[in-house]
Ligand binder design. Structure first.
Ligand code: BT5
Length: 313
C-alpha cells in the first residue's frame, strides 16, 4: 500500500480529521490527501466528509488496508485475492530484505503443508505468512510455531470455536472423544534461513479454514463456518497478529501459553518421526517446542513428528 495512504489510515483510525490538518500532519499537499481518500474509497472504505473532517464509517470485508486499519501490531500487509502460496511470496520478500510483513490471501492455488504435502486453500479462508527477523539461533525457531498455534487458537476461540492445539502445529476442535473433536481447523508451516548461530529471516505460514464449506476441504478437516458460523476475517486476522506479536516479544511466555491452549498434554499419543513410532502419554512440552512422551520404559523428548491422539486405555 502507498505510504501516504497507510499513514492516512493510521490517523483516521484514531479520530476524525480535516483535509488541511491531515495534510499538515502527514507533510503532504491537500491534493495528495484527497487523492488517497479517493483511493481508500476505491478499496471499499466508506469515508464520509463531516464538519469534524473525514470519518471512516465502514471498512472492506478483507484486504490489506482493512487489516492494517486499527491493527495494534507493527506489521504491514500485502494482500492477494489469489496467489500460489503465501509462504512462497513471503520467501521472496524475505530474500529481498523485508521484515514485519504479512502476506495475506483469500485463496491459494499451490499451498503446502509440512514435507511438501498439499494444503487446500479455497476462497474464504485465512491464508497468511508472517515474515520477521528474530534475534535467535535457528534451533529456537520452533518456539514461533508454538506462538502461532496459540495465537490462532485464541482467535478461533474468540470466533466461537472450541479450539485447541494438537502438537506441534495443528489447531483442532477440542477433545478427540467428542463427536466433532479432533477435526483440523488450521495448520502452521514455519520456514527460515539462517547461519549456524543466527536466524536471518523466519516465516510463519498459517492456514485457517475460516468461511469455507467442509465440502471444499479434505476429510477430517473443518472450518469456523462449520463449527460456529462465519467470522469477520478482518477482526480474526487482527487478533491473531496481535497475540502473535505479544508472544514473539516475550518468547519465555510461549510455553505456558501453549500448555494452556493445548489438547495434547495428558493424552495417550502415537508420534511418527522419520525414523520410528513412539507411543505413550504426552506429559509436557519443552523449549523450544519438543514434546515429552512417557513410554513404558522412559521419557522421550521428540522434536519433530506427526502426532495422533489415542483413546485412553
Ligand atoms: C500443515 O501441514 O498443517 C501446515 C499447513 C500450512 C498452510 C499455510 S496456508 C498459508 C501458508 N502458505 C502455504 O503454502 N502454507 C502455509 P501438515 O501438518 O503437514 O498437514 C498437511 C495435511 O493436512 C495434508 O496432508 C492433508 O491431510 C491435511 N489438509 C490439507 N489441507 C487442509 C485444510 N485446509 N484443512 C485441514 N487439513 C488439511
Amino acid at each position: 500500500m502507498n505510504e501516504t495512504r497507510r499513514a492516512l489510515l493510521g490517523e483516521l483510525s484514531s479520530s476524525a480529521a480535516s483535509g488541511p490538518a491531515l495534510a499538515e500532519r502527514l507533510d503532504v499537499s491537500r491534493a495528495a490527501v484527497w487523492k488517497q481518500v479517493e483511493a481508500l474509497r476505491d478499496e471499499g472504505f466508506v469515508v464520509e466528509s463531516t464538519e469534524a473532517g473525514y470519518v471512516v464509517t465502514a471498512v472492506p470485508e478483507f484486504g490489506a488496508g482493512t487489516v492494517e486499519y486499527g491493527l495494534d501490531a507493527p506489521y504491514t500487509v500485502e494482500y492477494h485475492d489469489t496467489i500460489g502460496s503465501t509462504n512462497d511470496r513471503g520467501r521472496e520478500l524475505a530474500a529481498a530484505g523485508a521484515s514485519d510483513v504479512v502476506v495475506l490471501a483469500d485463496e491459494q492455488t499451490g499451498s503446502r503443508g509440512r514435507l511438501r504435502r498439499a494444503w487446500s486453500a479455497p476462497s474464504g479462508g485465512v491464508w497468511l505468512s508472517i515474515v520477521f527477523r528474530p534475534d535467535c539461533p535457528p534451533a529456537h525457531a520452533p518456539i514461533y510455531t508454538l506462538a502461532a498455534a496459540v495465537a490462532t487458537t485464541r482467535a478461533a476461540r474468540e470466533a466461537g470455536v472450541d479450539a485447541s492445539i494438537k502438537w506441534p502445529n495443528d489447531v483442532v476442535v477440542s477433545d478427540d472423544t467428542a463427536e466433532r473433536g479432533g477435526r483440523k481447523l488450521a495448520g502452521i508451516l514455519t520456514e527460515m534461513e539462517g547461519e549456524a548461530n543466527r536466524v536471518s529471516w523466519l516465516l510463519v505460514g498459517i492456514g485457517v479454514n475460516a468461511n469455507v464449506d467442509a465440502s471444499a476441504l479434505p476429510a477430517g478437516a473443518t472450518s469456523i463456518r462449520e463449527e460456529a458460523g462465519d467470522v469477520e476475517r478482518r477482526v480474526f486476522v487482527q487478533r491473531l497478529l496481535e497475540t502473535f506479536d505479544e508472544l514473539r516479544g516475550d518468547p519465555d511466555s510461549v510455553l505456558d501459553a501453549w500448555r494452556e491452549h493445548a489438547d495434547t498434554l495428558g493424552r495417550r499419543v502415537r508420534v511418527e518421526t522419520t525414523s520410528e513410532t513412539i507411543e505413550g502419554v504426552a506429559v509436557d512440552v519443552e523449549f523450544p517446542g519438543a514434546l515429552v512422551v512417557r513410554t513404558d520404559e522412559e521419557d522421550r523428548v521428540i522434536h519433530t513428528g506427526d502426532c495422533e491422539h489415542l483413546r485412553p486405555v
